[in-house]
Design a protein around this ligand. Sequence first.
Ligand code: 1VU
Length: 300
Amino acid sequence: MALALWKNFLQITMKRILQQRRLSLYNGAHGYEEELIKKKLQQFSGGSVNLVKEDNGIAILTLNNPKLMNAFTGTMMVELQERVTELENWKDGKGLIIHGAGNTFCSGSDLNVVKEISNSQDGMNMCMFMQNTLTRLMRLPLISVALVQGKAFGGGAELTTACDFRLMTPGSEIRFVHKRMGLVPGWGGGARLVRLVGSGAALQLLAGAERVGPERALALGLAELALPSADEAAALAEARAWLSQYTDGPAAVVRAAKKVVTAARELPLEDALRTEKDIFGTVWGGPANLEALVRRPKHK
Ligand SMILES: CCC(=O)SCCNC(=O)CCNC(=O)[C@H](O)C(C)(C)COP(=O)(O)OP(=O)(O)OC[C@H]1O[C@@H](n2cnc3c(N)ncnc32)[C@H](O)[C@@H]1OP(=O)(O)O
């Protein structure tokens, strides 16, 4: 009995590791040393990344380091990876809202950490670590929203681009300040920004380190909605209500919709079509489909 349980545990663990490898970009073959960089990042503690999974299938992920405008310390980078793993294993999940504590989003990586890992090996490993995490975040079968309150700067701006949607409160700003720090995006925010706003606008935002408020973000297609409330709790309630219109309904169907879009966004057409066929097979004749066939709703 104990042996069977142990074997089952090993199988589940192996499956999980393999799934994470598939969803990640970098492994040892790319010179990436995950354990090394995690050990290094653990040396720079402070703040936390908190996750609350609600019964309605929406999770709230809070970047919590308000003393430093929610800048990412080393331990927060590691915690973000852990929270993403938790979300990958949340089979009832449908939506995700990422926001910052203290009514501001995130001021990027903690500059104290940046200084300590400014050598090339640590920098490359940190870059691959964060790209892996944000790629897995982007590929979650959850509809994700960055609720931008206050400032989303540097790595914080990059994080917003790993979400499906960005909602901005009055007075908030997304700003790729990297150039002013002698940098370019390295957490995948450059590649994602070009796909969101096109190469011309992306170049202006990166090379000009331009401030993007709600109005301009809407015009660029960088944000989907300017929320009316600047108040922290009210804005979160508005974001939850906005997201609910898309997460309403059975988890299997909402998750399948996100998977179809992820495949179409990332794969060449023929591969995307085949993947779409496979995902279609998971809902065709499923409980929601059969129930709808009985109900025969009119889509007026
Ligand atoms: C991946 C690449 C990257 O992310 S590179 C990092 C890019 N980020 C930055 O350079 C942000 C630098 N910070 C700022 O420009 C300002 O602090 C901003 C965010 C505009 C906020 O200004 P303001 O509202 O006046 O607050 P403040 O400057 O007094 O900040 C409060 C305390 O927080 C700190 N803080 C802020 N951001 C960071 C950061 N990224 N790393 C470390 N500390 C940060 C400030 O230094 C300040 O701390 P203290 O009160 O002076 O001890």
